[in-house]
Design a protein around this ligand. Sequence first.
Ligand SMILES: [Zn+2]
Length: 112
Amino acid sequence: MDMAKQSTAQVTVVHLTSADRVLSGLKILGICWLAATFAVLIPIAHFILVPAGLLAGIFLFYRNYKFSVKAIEGSIPCPKCEKSLPTSAQPFEWPKHETCPACGIDILLKKS
Ligand SMILES: [Zn+2]
């Protein structure tokens, strides 16, 4: 069995402050709870949609709060085909999983 290939790349990451994280969490919480509020108006389905919306809001709040890194600036070369991976602006946590769009291998990004 082949050992996983490793390569290093120099990238800059943008860190979120805890205030940013609370704010982004609250934004998604607001959207879910607003949707749940409107779901009250839907007969019968509101028995499911309202609690589901409220729970989803809380869940997404925690998920957003957990992520401390916002974006990567710089290019990450694929260890197999050497094409550079698109950098994402989505919040994430280390280690980050990526799939190479060119050759389809899984890439695990780790902090060094
Ligand atoms: Zn590749």
